[in-house]
Design a protein. Structure first.
Ligand code: SF4
Length: 368
């Protein structure tokens, strides 16, 4: 299958009306050639274009803060080659059953007391059973009662399950595409790209907002990054949140021995995502712990305006809170507890910690 054919098979490949100009409207179709041209720009030209788009839609000195709570860890039957939660790989991960409701609510209260605007729950399921969805829906309703926005990542959903979660008060659902349609089979064999698109469609149809991105550094080519971002940008509408993960190589997983991606290729991916999806939150996700401060600053320059905050993602470490706070102070960046279009209040630095939104972890949602 050629890349163009594969992209055209996705449910969201409308007609070619887009240009590579920086003031492009969201939700118009992008072709792979146009996206390729962006990737091929000299880095400084690409950064300038991305920063120009960013400033048209976002405060360039604000970053939304996100964190995750794993409510069910490991023992997943899927074979996602990057994921320590897969039961197929010996990674030493301690598995945990679904957390009881009172523990989830307790964690949400702590998150709220730390300034959280949104609370995200991640569970390592291929697809939850209806009973699992009932339990999570109960947790969602309880968290919602605390006055928090809610987000979950649970794996593939049926239309009824998506409706159930939406009616319980779930605001966002995370489900990542991970990579291009062409490279996907090199990373996951136990479910298809179309399965993922179907879940995204079910989520969208239910009325929930979509959080969807991918992982770079999995041995893919630039063409695959083109394919991933083209597919994401041509979802209609594009995801409100776009987590871009830099692979965290977990010993015991099949991708553990890969070479690191060139830092500038990662930054390019952020910049192109910003240009293609001007109004979305582009989230600097897994892999940030390995990035130095200068690289993170370049990612913000490229248009990243959301990040995971807290010293633990679902199962891997993250940059420390103190380090983030210091970096934000040095860069003059404010940390937001909610997207600016939903809540005008922002916090200075990280004085008020946010536990806000998910984007990776269980269920096809990236590492780890
Ligand atoms: S990414 Fe999600 S679906 Fe894939 S193995 Fe990990 S927990 Fe399971």
């Amino acid at each position: 299958m050629t890349p163009q054919t594969a992209a055209a098979k996705t449910s969201a490949q409308p007609s070619n009306t887009q240009t590579t100009e920086s003031n492009a409207s969201p939700n118009e179709a992008w072709t792979r050639e146009q996206v390729e041209q962006l990737f091929d720009l000299p880095l400084m030209d690409l950064l300038f274009k991305a920063q120009t788009v960013h400033r048209q839609h976002h405060d360039p000195n604000s970053v939304q803060l996100s964190s995750l709570l794993s409510i069910k860890t490991g023992a997943c039957p899927e074979d996602c080659a990057y994921c320590p939660q897969s039961a197929r790989y010996k990674t030493g991960l301690k598995t945990e059953r679904l957390m009881p409701l009172d523990k989830i609510v307790e964690a949400a209260k702590v998150a709220k007391s730390n300034g959280a605007g949104r609370f995200c729950m991640g569970a390592a399921w291929r697809s939850p059973k209806d009973g699992d969805v009932e339990a999570v829906a109960e947790a969602v309703a309880a968290v919602k009662e605390l006055g928090l926005e809610t987000c979950a990542t649970l794996g593939m959903l049926t239309p009824d399950q998506a409706d159930k979660l939406q009616s319980s008060g779930l605001d966002y659902y995370n489900h990542n595409l991970d990579t291009s349609p062409e490279y996907y089979g090199e990373v996951i064999t136990t479910r298809t790209y179309e399965d993922r698109l179907e879940t995204l469609n079910n989520v969208r149809e239910s009325g929930m907002k979509v959080c969807c991105g991918g992982i770079v550094g999995m041995g893919e080519t630039q063409q695959d990054r083109v394919g991933l971002l083209t597919t994401l940008a041509n979802l209609n509408p594009a995801p409100e949140s776009v987590p871009i993960n830099n692979l965290v190589k977990i010993p015991g997983t099949p991708l553990a021995e890969l070479e690191n991606i060139d830092s500038f290729d990662f930054i390019r991916t952020i910049a192109v995502a910003r240009i293609l999806m001007p109004t979305s939150y582009v989230r600097l996700s897994a892999g940030r712990e390995e990035m130095n401060d200068e690289m993170q600053a370049m990612c913000f320059m490229a248009g990243a305006n959301s990040l995971f905050y807290g010293e633990q993602l679902l199962t891997t470490g993250n940059a420390t809170v103190n380090h983030d706070q210091h970096l934000f102070e040095r860069l003059g960046i404010n940390g937001q507890t909610k997207p600016a279009n939903q809540n005008s209040s922002t916090t200075d630095g990280l004085a008020q910690q946010a536990q806000d939104q998910c984007g990776q972890g269980g269920c096809g949602c990236g590492p780890q």
